[in-house]
Ligand binder design. Structure first.
Ligand SMILES: [Zn+2]
Length: 144
């Protein structure tokens, strides 16, 4: 039997931005990562993705959308300019558009959400970083 996809809604605090994450993975099997980079540490971010799922970032107020690039500048980290919440990140590559969500921005954080595993991507080259994201991140309906 094929598991049916569930949709998980996320939002920033003020509601200007959000996301819709679709996955067939049971929550207890989500891969949750706590990245060790300075940005993710400062937000205490815990991110997840599903290469077989789908993701859309929702922009209710375009003036609230802040895209932030740092390090190798391969991805946009999406923040709300009004309330400061970090929602997730997106990348566009020749193979498509992919994203991750910050699980802390889920409107209802599922009880079965696994603890985050530490991740450190600091030694990756630019090519390795893009390739990992193409493989592990969630296909995006489109970049914002
Ligand atoms: Zn906001």
């Amino acid at each position: 039997m094929t598991a049916s996809a569930r949709t998980f809604a996320g939002s920033c605090h003020c509601g200007a931005l959000g996301f819709s994450f679709r996955t067939t993975l049971p929550v207890r099997r989500w891969s949750v990562r706590a990245c060790g980079c300075g940005f993710c540490r400062a937000h205490n971010a815990m991110t997840t993705s599903d290469p077989s799922g789908g993701l859309a970032f929702l922009v209710d107020r375009s003036d609230a959308l802040q895209r932030y690039r740092f390090g190798l500048k391969t991805a946009d980290f999406l923040l709300c300019r009004v309330c400061g919440v970090y929602l997730g990140a997106q990348i566009q590559s020749p193979r498509g558009a992919f994203g991750i969500i910050n699980t802390l921005a889920l409107i209802a954080v599922p009880e079965e959400l696994p603890a985050a595993a530490s991740a450190d991507y600091g030694s990756e080259s630019r090519g390795e970083r893009v390739e990992r994201r193409e493989k592990r991140w969630t296909p995006l309906d489109g970049v914002v």
